[in-house]
Design a protein around this ligand. Structure first.
Ligand SMILES: [Zn+2]
Length: 246
């Protein structure tokens, strides 16, 4: 199947254009409507990036034994907030989750199917650090999964922020090592959601990383590119060094 990105133009919500896009000769992506524009207004970088690692029972056990803050989010309330956000910016909240009966206000940058077998995010985070983003918080919560053999799941959430904020990351060295283990390796599924601007939090992007595997030499990984997000091939230069080309 053709791997796709959606259009990089900003739409009228102040978020990102939700249309599937054609790759231009210079390697960027515009939909049919925006392809011919003379003056492009590219979607703004996010204020927040939330990396969300979805794991199973073993990840829950590791996190339970750690000092990482555990939360108990109200899933129904979050879903209602997504509905309200979609209505606020005039988007159809059921466009993407027809079968799950869930709401969404954002745009899935890699389409509804996302991407598969994408490498860890260590280099993506280094790229974000270089662009001025700081890792400011981390928490996790328990979650039921659809997998009957492994019904108890956990989600680890790491918040990165660019701008003035009083929060700073508070983690022991061993807990930080535990979290960073989940930044390495490969994910079976990747989704990036670009949400429309929120009056309080600004633009929030959510990066969903599902099915973590410790290592299997990924051939592609995630690039931040000012919040436009691309999945690019990894070219192995030496055994210990890798570089991406787009
Ligand atoms: Zn477009």
């Amino acid at each position: 199947m053709e791997e796709r990105n959606n259009c990089v133009e900003m739409d009228e919500t102040g978020g990102r254009c939700p249309q599937p896009a054609l790759k231009t000769p210079d390697g960027t992506f515009f939909c049919i409507k925006h392809l011919g524009l003379k003056d492009h207004k590219i979607a703004s970088p996010p204020n927040w990036v939330l990396f969300q690692v979805y794991g199973g029972e073993s990840m829950g056990e590791r996190l339970s034994a750690s000092g990482i803050f555990k939360t108990d989010p109200d899933r129904d309330q979050i879903d209602e907030n997504h509905l309200a956000d979609a209505q606020r910016v005039g988007r159809y909240a059921h466009k993407y989750f027809k079968f799950f009966k869930k709401n969404a206000s954002g745009v899935p940058i890699f389409g509804e199917g996302g991407r598969h077998n994408v490498g860890g995010i260590t280099e993506c985070i280094a790229e974000m650090n270089g662009a001025g983003y700081r890792w400011v918080n981390v928490h996790w919560y328990e979650r039921e999964t659809k997998n009957k053999k492994n019904p108890r799941g956990a989600t680890l959430v790491c918040g990165f922020f660019k701008g003035e904020i009083e929060q700073s990351l508070s983690l022991s060295a061993s807990d930080e090592e535990l979290v960073r283990d989940y930044f390495k390796g490969t994910y079976q599924h990747l989704h990036v959601w670009n949400n429309p601007p929120d009056p309080e939090d600004g633009i929030v992007h959510a990066v969903l990383l599902i099915g973590h595997q410790e290592n299997n030499n990924p051939k592609k990984d995630l690039r931040f590119v000012d919040g436009l997000w691309f999945v690019a091939p990894v070219v192995v230069i030496q055994a210990t060094e890798k570089l991406s080309v787009s």
